[in-house]
Design a protein around this ligand. Structure first.
Ligand code: 13P
Ligand code: ZN
Length: 264
């Protein structure tokens, strides 16, 4: 059931989502139904009245501040790789209600499509972005294998991994100025995971869900993809060194200091 017309700007948003999905599939980050993404498109639909009276309301407690949002989001159990060719197979648009206790599917709700099981994380990050007025309107979660592999390490020096990733090549430090944060394991889809993720993204560019995946937010989905891509590149270089028997040196303190000056 479609209660809205897709305008040009939403069509463009879908095109970027398809593009990012193609990249993620090529990179092996979105096996089966792995990964999910969303875009807060509330501002793109303001001119269209949504007639909630004739829509089914799916009752669920929404995060505080997530009332009256319109969000393009991938479907629960959907294959993200299908977004690349046919977004209708894997995405829908939801409108949250003004009471904060439910949402309706206003585009592509047929065939039992429901939003991702990580909806709480997506909505909490969108609410946080709005509060921060940081211009970010998209959220991407994927399963990049290098970052996940590193997140399985819990030795005494595990807290040094984010610094080490910064030191793998200058661009990791330049492109991810707030760095990468490894969060302790939480159940997928839980509100605890959503809380800690939204909070952490205030202080990092990429949040890694231990033994699960990575999350980033960007002004568009390509920017969110780039953030995870750069973090994953650092992880792949680190792991390649270890696999080759090389203890990676990493940029030295002096080289990092010099880089800081260059960035400033
Ligand atoms: P969904 O199919 O519900 O989006 O779940 C995929 C996933 O990666 C959960 O973390
Ligand atoms: Zn996941």
């Amino acid at each position: 059931m479609n209660s809205i017309k897709l305008n040009k700007q939403i069509a463009e948003e879908l095109e970027k989502i398809s593009e990012a999905a193609g990249y993620m599939w090529q990179k092996g980050w979105i096996e089966s139904n792995g990964g999910n993404l969303s875009a807060d498109i509330t501002h793109l639909l303001q001119e269209q009245e949504i007639d909630f009276k004739n829509l089914e309301i799916i009752k669920t407690q929404l995060p505080a501040g997530a009332e009256n949002l319109i969000v393009l989001v991938t479907g629960k159990g959907c294959r993200l790789r299908e977004l690349a060719k046919n977004p209708e197979k894997a995405a829908c648009i939801i409108a949250t209600n003004s009471n904060g206790d439910g949402y309706s599917i206003i585009w592509n709700g047929r065939n039992g499509m429901k939003p991702t099981s990580e909806l709480a994380s997506h909505l909490k990050i969108h609410v946080s972005n709005r509060q921060q007025k940081n211009g970010k309107s998209t959220v991407l979660h994927a399963h990049p294998p290098g970052l996940i592999a590193l997140s399985h390490y819990s030795g005494a020096d595990a807290d040094k991994i984010p610094q080490m990733l910064w030191r793998m090549m200058p661009e990791v430090r330049i492109y991810l100025p707030k760095g990468i944060l490894f969060l302790s394991y939480r159940t997928p889809g839980s509100s605890e995971l959503a809380d800690i993720t939204a909070e952490s993204l205030l202080n990092c560019d990429v949040a890694v869900w231990k033994k699960h995946g990575a999350v980033a937010s960007g002004k568009d989905i390509i920017e969110a993809f780039d953030l995870i891509d750069v973090a994953e590149k650092g992880a792949q270089i680190y792991l390649s060194c270890l696999k080759s028997g090389i203890e990676p040196e990493g940029l030295s303190d002096a080289e990092m200091k010099d880089l800081e000056k260059f960035i400033a």
